[in-house]
Design a protein around this ligand. Structure first.
Ligand code: FES
Ligand SMILES: [Fe+2]
Length: 344
């Protein structure tokens, strides 16, 4: 389904981006109920392998167990400490660093040291809080309070990537990048190629910009442009509702999750995958990763300065280009729709 916006489109009110109150609504109405890309499932290969992360401030982890993957809130049931440090690790049990309570891999409370005599204490009621997980094409998604299935959320991107061999790519590298701008200002930036001539001059020279095409589709935005010789990208960039991306390059891909840290700070979690993960190809891979990250960083300044202008009250909503900013209009429509849905 192609969603066309041929009539005049306006950017939404800047308050949607800079208000701390609306940020709290975003967490409740968007982040808690949707599926969030956590990590490549290959990072949980052996029993005890875990990956811990934050989803808009909510701490979660997934762990490989004897009974398959399980996912929990990364929150102690005693007084709320973080259980596992963020990132990847391995552990057969989950021990809280604060007062040393211990849970098994299935989330059951196993040990409460030095507690003292307390006949009313019922450890069975203090299992870790489970969250949902699903795997799609080698990618592990979690959801704290899912309001749809993962396939409903992925929608049109499932057939879009059917012919791509993304499951066979090996995960190679993760990089986190943080900058001071609202997550939606960055998303607006990602879903349009209109800024490429101004912000990414080398990238501009490496594609046929006149043929740059942006389509708002079912649950995702597809941007394409024929690459010129020497570009590492394959000329196809995808953004999926509400906050993850997938870009293809020769012999691999990257994914990212756009994670809000606060209403004015955003973290990008980038993962790079390659068909050839052999040591012989290491230099070529590192070059692609570096060039990729350089392009990504070029967007930060414009997002930071736009955020400041929105925050100052000095900006009034302006028009969106029907040719280049269909993706922006689509993302903004989904934002407004999710707000209306939660108000019903
Ligand atoms: S807060 Fe975790 S054991 Fe006390
Ligand atoms: Fe950009």
């Amino acid at each position: 389904m192609i969603i066309c916006y041929l009539r005049a489109m306006l950017n939404i009110d800047p308050d949607n981006y800079v208000s701390a109150k609306i940020f709290k609504q975003d967490i409740k109405e968007i982040f808690l109920g949707t599926w969030q890309l956590l990590c490549p499932v290959s990072r949980l290969a052996k029993r005890g392998d875990y990956y811990a992360a934050e989803i808009s401030g909510q701490k979660v982890f997934a762990i490989q167990t004897s009974g398959g993957i399980r996912a929990f809130k990364n929150v102690c049931r005693h007084r709320g400490a973080r259980l596992l440090p963020e990132g990847c690790g391995r552990s057969s049990t989950i021990r809280c660093p604060y007062h040393q309570w211990v849970w098994g891999e299935n989330g059951e409370l196993l040990n409460v040291p030095w507690w003292g005599n307390d006949p009313g204490f019922d450890g069975k009621k203090l299992s870790l809080d489970k969250i949902s997980y699903e795997i799609w094409r080698g990618l592990l998604f979690v959801s704290i309070e899912p309001s749809t299935t993962l396939s409903e959320q992925l929608a049109g991107v499932v057939p879009e990537l059917e012919g791509e061999d993304i499951d066979s790519y090996h995960w190679v590298y993760e990089e986190k990048l943080t900058f001071d701008s609202n997550w939606k200002i960055y998303t607006d930036n990602f879903v349009e190629g209109y800024h490429i001539p101004g912000i990414h001059p080398s990238f501009y020279n490496a594609i046929e910009f006149d043929k740059f095409e942006t389509l708002a589709l079912d649950g995702y935005v597809r941007m394409t442009a024929p690459p010129r010789k020497g570009l590492f990208y394959r000329g196809k960039w995808l953004w999926m509702w509400p906050n993850w991306t997938l870009s293809l390059f020769e012999g691999g891909m990257n994914t990212s999750r756009i994670n809000p840290i606060s209403h004015k700070t955003t973290e990008l979690i980038y993962n790079f995958f390659f068909a050839d993960s052999s040591k012989f190809n290491k230099d070529a891979r590192n070059k692609i990763i570096k060039e990729n990250l350089d392009v990504i960083r070029e967007d930060f300044e414009v997002c930071i300065e736009t955020h400041k202008n929105y925050e100052s009250g000095g900006y009034r909503a302006g028009p969106l280009s029907p040719r280049h900013e269909q993706g922006v209009a689509y993302f903004q429509k989904r934002l407004i729709d999710s707000r209306v849905k939660s108000e019903v």
